[in-house]
Design a protein around this ligand. Structure first.
Ligand SMILES: [Zn+2]
Length: 347
């Protein structure tokens, strides 16, 4: 691409910026929360909105409902394409149109579903993740226009925030629509607001549900507490057993790796602490570079735990509990293999 064309392209992007911000605002207002029903009408509306926006920048886009592995109806997905030359390479553009829920709107300074500009930033649920991805693709298509030198395919998913249960069958059903030379996934962060970044590998994600049963029925803690550890305590001990003294995950068979090609620079701990809202007294877990701990080593998070609430608790040895572990796997390990290893360890 010549320098002249870069300047021209920059001018086109700047001229189109208002439209893209407006698109984002309308996307935020759709409240596309997949946790409130992947197959629900509001998710279909969200998919249709995206398909319509893509059509306006020259993509032949349509909404298709996926099917889950058990054959039941799945997510409202958007697929599309634009062909310029059968000899040219094909680029698949990925984003997702569903967003995370808003469990506590009072934690927000602005209405989560009214995109609001504060300074140079736009706030709203999904304005970045992943309305930003949709906006990027739309803006790129518009800016390149007739100068596009590659064929385009598009997949905008409707259930990413729910772990993509119908993703595999959907790809299998639409092989032609996914066939491409390069995939551009617009659903990851930049190094900083000033340093744009390419993400070249990602961790996988899988879940393990663990059931701990110690009694056939609840018993009084004054009468039986001591030799019988309650199910919650046993669950906590199980969870703790996954880590070594440094706080590194140490489960045999769950692989760790270092960034391919090594690190040119590591993440700044102060920035990570600030961005994540880490309390001052908390010491980060694990060893090695922060980048490897965040991006290439495995991690486990307890995302659900069935225990009696503190309010209304009484003196009873809890007979049984279930907790759900979310396992992030090293980029080069098949998630199923890591999941099997974690399950075997806990058993
Ligand atoms: Zn995302």
């Amino acid at each position: 691409m010549t320098a002249v064309f870069s300047d021209e392209l920059r001018a086109r992007v700047e001229a189109d910026f208002g439209r893209v911000v407006d698109l984002l605002g309308r996307k935020v207002a759709l409240k596309s929360i997949s946790a409130e029903g992947i197959t629900a009408e509001h998710m279909k509306r969200s998919a249709e909105f995206v398909a319509d926006e893509l059509r306006q920048v020259g993509i032949d886009a349509k909404v298709v409902q996926s099917r889950n592995p058990d054959g039941t109806p799945g997510a409202w997905e958007v697929i599309g394409s634009k062909s310029v030359d059968p000899q040219a390479p094909t680029v698949l553009l990925y984003a997702h149109h569903d967003v995370q829920p808003v469990p506590d709107p009072s934690a927000w300074d602005t209405d989560p579903f009214v995109a609001t500009e504060v300074g140079t930033r736009l706030y709203g649920r999904g304005s970045a993740d992943d309305g930003g991805g949709i906006a990027i693709h739309s803006g790129a298509m518009k800016a390149l226009g007739d100068d596009l030198k590659v064929n385009i395919k598009v997949f905008v998913e409707g259930e990413e925030e729910m772990g993509s249960p119908s993703f595999i069958p959907f790809i299998e059903d639409h092989r032609d629509e996914f066939a491409s030379d390069v995939i551009v996934v617009a659903d990851s962060g930049n190094w900083s607001a000033e340093i744009p970044s390419l993400t070249t590998s990602l961790r996988g994600n899988t879940c393990v549900d663990v059931n701990v049963k110690v009694l056939h029925h609840p018993v009084h803690s004054g009468q039986y507490g001591g030799p019988i550890l309650d199910a919650n305590t046993l669950a906590a001990m199980l969870i703790a057993s996954m880590y070594d003294a440094n706080g590194d995950l140490a489960v045999p068979g769950v692989a760790a790796q270092e960034p391919v090609g090594g690190l040119q620079r590591d993440l700044d701990e102060a920035t990570v602490r600030e961005d994540a809202g880490i309390v001052d007294s908390y010491r980060l877990a694990g060893t090695g570079s922060l980048a490897s701990r965040l991006w290439t080593k495995p991690s486990v998070t307890v995302i659900g735990f069935d225990a009696h609430p503190v309010e209304g608790s009484f003196n009873v040895v809890s007979p049984e509990t279930t907790f759900r572990l979310s396992l992030r796997t090293a980029p080069s390990q098949h998630p199923q293999e890591a999941q099997d290893a974690l399950a075997a360890f806990l058993q």
